[in-house]
Design a protein around this ligand. Structure first.
Ligand code: 8X3
Length: 260
């Protein structure tokens, strides 16, 4: 797309899943003419991804950086130390996020509670606050926050994850309203089940349980969400795709899933 040419795009959680797919989707949509800032905890994965991108799109500019977004004090330096040609961020994809465990209230361990709220909520807020001055200075930029159906409909055994995604939704809506007089666009993309490492992380490595989430369905894949993110951020400047709830065709709520 013409509108994406030479944009600088900052993606958190870029080493796998929706984050990685989004990086590749931007490259595809802009024929490699984008600058990507790819951040994640797993640097080796990012190095692999960068190599793959360099092979396929020699014209693409890719900056990879190890960043655990829950390490609050590292966020601003990460932004400040970007190489000159990557400093002028145009699109922020707040993708890093996770579910940990599936326990009922009363049995949720403290590490999981903090893990979800730190990554999904606090880190997302901190990254947004670090990038927002860049957008305000030029009166443009897109902020895409990854919500979830869990941010619309809370379900049992997901209290903290659901609370975290409700928080993402509220934060996103407040921000869009605060920026009403600017050209900055704020987007929430809220997927249902997407087949990524997500369930493996939620069920702590139990591969059988993880795959049962998607069993009998034609699940959404990471690149289906990436496709929507690229679509939303390549609309005409007078348009904001404010809010997208997206399911696999055979899902209608967290617990309405048709398994053929
Ligand atoms: C992931 C979808 O249904 O597990 O955000 O909450 S769900």
């Amino acid at each position: 797309a013409e509108r994406l040419q030479n944009k600088t795009i900052f993606i958190t959680g870029a080493s796998a899943g929706i984050g990685q797919a989004t990086a590749l989707e931007y490259l595809d949509a802009a024929n490699g003419n984008v600058k990507l800032i790819l951040a994640a905890r797993r640097l080796a994965k990012l190095e692999e991804l960068k190599e793959k991108i360099n092979g396929e799109y020699p014209q693409a500019k890719v900056y990879i950086g190890q960043l655990d977004v829950t390490e609050t004090e590292k966020i601003q330096p990460f932004i400040d130390n970007l190489p000159e040609e990557f400093k002028d961020i145009d699109i922020l994809i707040n993708n890093a996020g996770k579910a940990l465990g599936s326990d009922v209230v009363g049995t949720i361990n403290a590490e999981d509670i903090r893990g979800m709220l730190d990554t999904n909520v606090i880190a997302l807020i901190n990254v947004t606050q670090a990038v927002l001055p860049i957008f305000k200075a030029k009166n443009s930029g897109d902020i895409v926050n990854l919500g979830s159906v869990a941010g619309r409909e809370a379900y049992p055994t997901g209290a903290i994850y659901c609370a975290s995604k409700h928080a993402v939704r509220a934060f996103t809506q407040s921000l869009r309203k605060e920026l009403i007089s600017t050209n900055i666009r704020v987007v929430e993309i809220a997927p249902g089940n997407v087949e990524t490492e997500f369930s493996l992380v939620r069920y702590k490595g139990d591969a059988e349980r993880a795959s049962s989430v998607y069993k009998g369905t034609t699940p959404l894949l990471a690149d289906d969400i990436a496709d929507l993110i690229v679509y939303a951020t390549s609309r005409k400047p007078n348009t904001v795709i404010a809010d997208v709830l997206v399911f696999a065709t055979n899902q209608a709520s967290p617990f309405h899933i048709y398994r053929g």
